[in-house]
Write a protein that binds this ligand. Structure first.
Ligand SMILES: [Ca+2]
Ligand SMILES: [Ca+2]
Length: 93
């Protein structure tokens, strides 16, 4: 059975996440342990959960647009994937 729980929901009330919480989130979404959240299933899942946790609707099209916007704003080294520091900025910045 697929895990459809929104992992981020429990963090949605927090304004700023500590390192331990960031690590937990990171471990949940960097599923292949590559050290990056890559465009594709990892980023899709992470940003879909993020939108839903923030009370936004998340249709396929909305998620696509959100992904584009996030990469534009938070992929600071422009390598087309998010590293830990970039995710920290996205969640806490
Ligand atoms: Ca990865
Ligand atoms: Ca990057």
């Amino acid at each position: 059975m697929a895990d459809t729980t929104n992992f981020l929901a429990k963090y949605s009330g927090l304004r700023s996440l500590g390192l331990e919480q960031l690590n937990e989130i990171w471990g949940h979404y960097d599923t292949d342990g590559s050290g990056y959240i890559e465009v594709g299933p990892e980023l899709d899942r992470f940003l879909t959960d993020l939108m839903k946790a923030g009370g936004m609707s998340a249709t396929e099209r909305e998620v696509e647009e959100f992904i584009e916007g996030v990469l534009e704003m938070f992929d600071l080294d422009q390598d087309g994937r998010l590293d830990f520091a970039e995710v920290e900025e996205l969640l806490n910045g």
